[in-house]
Design a binder for this molecule. Sequence first.
Ligand code: NAD
Length: 229
Amino acid sequence: MKKLVVLTGAGISAESGIPTFRDAGGLWEGYRVEDVATPEAWQRNPALVLDFYNQRRKRALQAEPNQGHRILAELEAYYDVTVVTQNVDNLHERAGSSHVIHLHGSLFEARSSVDESLIYPVNGWEMKLGETCAKGSQLRPNIVWFGEPVPRMEEAIAYAAKADVFLVVGTSLVVYPAASLLYYTRHNIPRFLIDPNIPDTPAMPHFTCIADKASSGLARIKPRLIEIA
Ligand code: NAD
């Protein structure tokens, strides 16, 4: 089976009712990222940060995967598919994708604030102050905050470098290093991008760009992807 690698961003979950970040004028659900999604924010006001992610988790639990997520799962019948997502929701998994790399972490995991190897599942929507890891420190969301290293980037690069077909869906390609994944793919492979706003990056001339929403764009190119599988 050929290898299909898909980089997804907040745009693929937009039709599930989870707002993207940049479409909202640089605010994330009304918050500035510096106030809720950085290590400094956590030091300053852990209660606010926990509450912010509790609300995101509640919203993600209420959402359902959309046709875009489902088509990526269906493509597993034709390809060995790896989804590399910048999203912290779990809609790819709930749609049936079996190999998902969460570059920026997951809403449904907590981790120790002193030892990043101590990771725990989050059941339900709420994390609270006072919940601690085995070493006694406060649990934080297992999310890669702005300014933090991206531990799974090397693994994602290894998959991108071996891709036979590469697809990008619903990302503005402004968050690094995630956006640099495009530059690790081999030059002679078919590459596609689906987004209502085609990002203005130097890689775009090497992509077949489809200016469309994730669900309808993926429905449009699914036959082509099956044809070249
Ligand atoms: P992004 O950089 O992925 O930008 C959103 C992109 O989605 C834009 O290019 C926009 O044109 C596109 N888009 C909007 N509606 C679409 C649709 N229906 N179909 C396809 N594309 C559509 O993501 P961001 O919003 O800038 O977020 C940056 C970071 O914030 C992410 O990397 C993530 O860690 C976090 N975030 C996660 C979620 C989530 O988990 N669902 C949501 C918001 C933000």
